[in-house]
Ligand binder design. Structure first.
Ligand code: UDX
Length: 477
């Protein structure tokens, strides 16, 4: 039987909530703390604020026996052996991470040091944060032998967060003391020993008792850099393939074939080589900027990351130009928009390139009808109903409604359902049978056989064989 550790998780955002629920799932006693009383009340009532597979079920499974929610940080931290800080680290005006929430939590924990505690950074933070947390706790009365600060970054993706947490590629523990590393070892033991995967009701994933996740112990500073460098590297991979996609368009090559050929080299790998309208979400844009800023503060110019950001920004502009190339003028054009979330399988619209594009089309004076399976409620809160040149925006109840009478249909988010649409139905609903796909969800031949003109990323424009040359010209003018 593995050791049951008393854990407090501070912050019930994406990382905090998923970590709290998953620590309970692997057998620990967890209190999840948030200052937002309404959120805590909702979680106690079993209402999950985010769209995430398995979260509801695990909340029901473990609340209240192994998992409780509270607004009382002092009480939770006093009881705990390990306090995970998972509060937000928003981007400040200069690009670096705003660590004021982390500091506030560290201050409060300092007053609860009645027994030895490991304070764990779970939020994505710049290198040296662990040293600052240590200093803040000491300045506020925490005796140095009563605590250690550890960095234990989280690599979960939205939409698959629970299974990413329970079936990780690796667990990184940045600890400068053996005592602290042992506590983290005990917390993750159900995963590293494989015991969790042998449970009949374990959440399924790619790990099993014979393929257990490794736990890598590093210095605290290295762990902090591992998190930033991993996200920056993945963002670089995406910008790289998007730059190559632009080259393919200019050369008349096909990016899907190029990415396939590159990805077959195991040193490169196939994943994160999908071209599109650019990366978004709560992590990549913020972390690339923060990592660049960390380097700057240390007197190093990480110009590669500026280029990664530049390519990402250009990607939405390039897509706008592609739509213009198909429709000529944009003012007054009716556009059907499929997808508002920053990627499929999530309702998150933070830094979504789809939202950025809708704003751009509204400013161009387009009449937009938009549909997203999960993100419309959130989109309503941030998107204006009209743009600079009297564009307009309405939401519909289905992908097909979006297409009705539209001059072109745009695919902006890679929701699986957008890749399985009834093409004949779309062809007859659209005013002009044009689909412009920012996520390469279709085989161009499938589209042209259905009578559709199909423009995608990094591939030659595709036109149905029967299309008249006048129509063809119109579609690509
Ligand atoms: C990311 C990291 O993957 C995760 O490890 C980290 O903890 C948090 O940030 P997430 O933001 O949930 O996770 O999404 P992810 O699936 O990584 O996609 C990020 C963005 O890149 C999305 O906008 C997605 O559409 C885009 N993307 C991803 C591409 O454009 N091409 C790809 O090949 C992969």
């Amino acid at each position: 039987m593995s050791e049951r550790v008393k854990i407090a998780v501070v912050g019930s955002g994406y990382v905090g909530l998923v970590a709290a629920v998953c620590f309970a799932e692997i057998g620990h006693q967890v209190t999840c703390v948030d200052i937002d009383e309404a959120k805590v009340a909702a979680l106690r009532a079993g209402v999950v604020p985010i769209h995430e597979e398995h979260l509801d079920a695990l909340l029901r499974r473990h609340q209240p026996a192994n998992l409780t929610f509270s607004t009382d940080l002092a009480a939770a931290a006093s009881e705990a052996d390990a306090v995970f800080i998972a509060v937000g680290t928003p981007q400040s005006d200069t690009g670096d991470a705003d660590l004021s929430y982390v500091e506030a939590v560290a201050c409060e924990i300092a007053h609860c040091m009645h027994s030895y505690k490991v304070i764990v950074e779970k939020s994505t933070v710049p290198v040296y944060t662990n040293e600052w947390v240590r200093r803040v706790v000491e300045r506020n009365g925490g005796a140095s032998d009563m605590f250690d600060v550890v960095s234990n970054p989280e690599f979960l993706r939205e939409g698959t967060a629970v299974s990413d947490f329970l079936h990780p590629d690796r667990i990184v523990v940045g600890a400068d003391s053996d005592k602290a590393a042992e506590v983290l070892d005990a917390i993750y033991e159900p995963l590293t020993s494989g015991a969790y995967y042998a449970q009949p009701d374990a959440i399924p994933g790619y790990r099993n008792a014979n393929s257990r996740p490794p736990l890598l112990v590093t210095s605290a500073k290295s762990a902090e850099i591992i998190k930033h460098a991993s996200n920056a590297f993945l963002a670089t991979k995406i910008s790289f393939i998007n730059a190559v996609a632009a080259l393919c368009e200019a050369a008349g090559a096909n990016i899907e074939q190029v990415a396939q050929g590159m990805g077959m080299d195991e040193r490169i790998g196939r994943r994160f080589l999908r071209p599109g309208i650019g990366y978004g979400g709560s992590c990549f844009p913020k972390d690339v900027a923060a990592f660049r800023s960390v380097a700057e503060q240390m007197g190093l110019e990480f110009g590669l990351l500026s280029e990664v950001e530049k390519i990402n920004t250009q990607q939405t502009k390039r897509f706008l130009a592609k739509v213009r190339s198909a429709l000529w003028t944009l003012r007054g054009k009716k556009l059907g928009v499929l997808g508002l979330a920053f990627k499929g399988d999530t309702d998150d619209i933070r830094e979504s390139p789809a939202i950025a594009l809708v704003r751009m089309f509204l400013d161009e004076g387009c009449a937009i009808r938009a549909y997203d399976p999960a993100a419309m409620e959130r989109a309503r809160e941030v998107l204006p109903q009209s743009g600079e040149k009297n564009g307009s925006l309405t939401y519909t109840l289905s992908a097909y409604e979006v297409a009705e009478g539209a001059d072109a249909l745009l695919i902006l988010t890679d929701w699986p359902e957008f890749g399985k649409l009834d093409l004949a139905r779309l062809e007859s609903s659209l005013r002009y049978p044009i689909i412009i796909d920012g996520r390469n969800l279709y085989d161009p031949r499938e589209m042209t056989s259905a009578g559709l003109t199909y423009l995608s990323i990094g591939r030659p424009d595709a036109h149905p064989a029967s299309q008249s040359s006048a129509e063809k010209e119109k579609a690509t003018a």
